[in-house]
Design a protein around this ligand. Structure first.
Ligand code: ATR
Length: 276
């Protein structure tokens, strides 16, 4: 038998999908850990996500990553959800078995691991400012709380969205609140940009006082050049990091969910950085 015929099938499903780096990342993980798996790109028509997933299951698919714009549909499609997917309100990792379709979300864990392990910045007892109140922001809140941060403040252009999001996590072990940008008057240990402002080369209106010499300013976006948010933070004396490590770590966490094996992310990170 060829490897192809015994390899378990996985895919990343989105629209568009050609740009996705997940197939290369998972191929490197599989090679490194000796797992017999195939990982492909699947384009789903905008109105046929569920159909595409069921088609893939019928072809023997074991699991899938889900990307833009289907994370909410994947959440609705899943017959069981992990607590972190439930808290995120979105699913980026599906597992298919005889029990049905299980939805998980590895984005937040990817962020936490990148900050604590790769950047070497502890989160326990640290103050965190989260910029943005969309899906990307919501997805990281529970893993941050579970990392035992001291407290989380959410700030967003549309303040009511930040208030609603903070409200959803108001019964957590960690204080979660929202604030208007102009109310922020103290430095934070970690500032996470979960807005899509960098895409418009825009900057959330942050007072200078939020940056201290120990602050890590983390942008979930990444690219060949530092984002405008990172440039701004460097100008105010902060340490910075982009979201490439989060991308690799969320993939590694999905790989772990499916295969029970943790790949070494460092060489994959170096390789992908070189491709940007
Ligand atoms: P995602 O799923 O990527 O989080 P989203 O739900 O559309 O996408 O959320 C985008 C986030 O980026 C929101 O917090 C948005 O702020 P609003 O809630 O006020 O819309 C924020 N955002 C987008 N463009 C921005 C900009 N130019 N300046 C500041 N915030 C911006």
């Amino acid at each position: 038998m060829t490897l192809e015929s015994v390899a378990d099938r996985y895919a990343v499903i989105g629209n568009p999908i050609e740009h996705s780096k997940s197939p290369q990342v998972h191929a490197l993980f599989a090679q490194q850990t000796g797992q017999a798996m195939q990982y492909e790109r699947l384009l789903a028509p905008i109105d046929r996500f569920a159909e595409r997933v069921h088609g893939f299951i019928a072809q023997g698919g074991r699991g899938a990553n889900v990307t833009v714009p289907f994370k909410l549909e994947a959440f609705a499609l899943a017959q069981a959800l992990t607590p972190r997917a439930q808290a995120a309100g979105a699913v980026n990792t599906l597992s298919f078995s005889a029990e049905g379709i299980k939805g998980d979300n590895t984005d937040g864990m990817g962020l936490v691991r990148d900050i604590t392990r790769n950047a070497g910045v502890p989160l326990r007892d640290r103050s965190v400012l989260l910029l943005g109140a969309g899906g990307a922001a919501r997805g990281v809140i529970l893993p941050l709380i579970e990392a035992h941060i001291a407290g989380l403040v959410i700030a967003n252009r549309t303040q009511s969205r930040a208030m609603e999001l903070a409200q959803q996590f108001s019964h957590s072990d960690v204080p979660v609140s929202s604030a208007a940008f102009e109310q922020l008057d103290q430095p934070f240990d970690v500032i996470i940009n979960a807005t899509s402002a960098s895409l418009d080369a825009a900057l959330p209106p942050l007072p200078d006082g939020v940056f201290g010499p120990q602050t890590l300013a983390y942008d979930m976006m990444y690219g060949a050049q530092p984002t405008i948010f990172m440039q701004h933070a460097v100008g105010h004396g902060a340490k910075v990091r982009d979201g490439l490590g989060m991308l690799i770590e969320q993939a590694a966490e999905s790989f772990f969910v499916w295969r029970g094996v943790r790949p070494d992310t460092a060489p994959v990170y170096q390789w992908l950085r070189g491709q940007l």
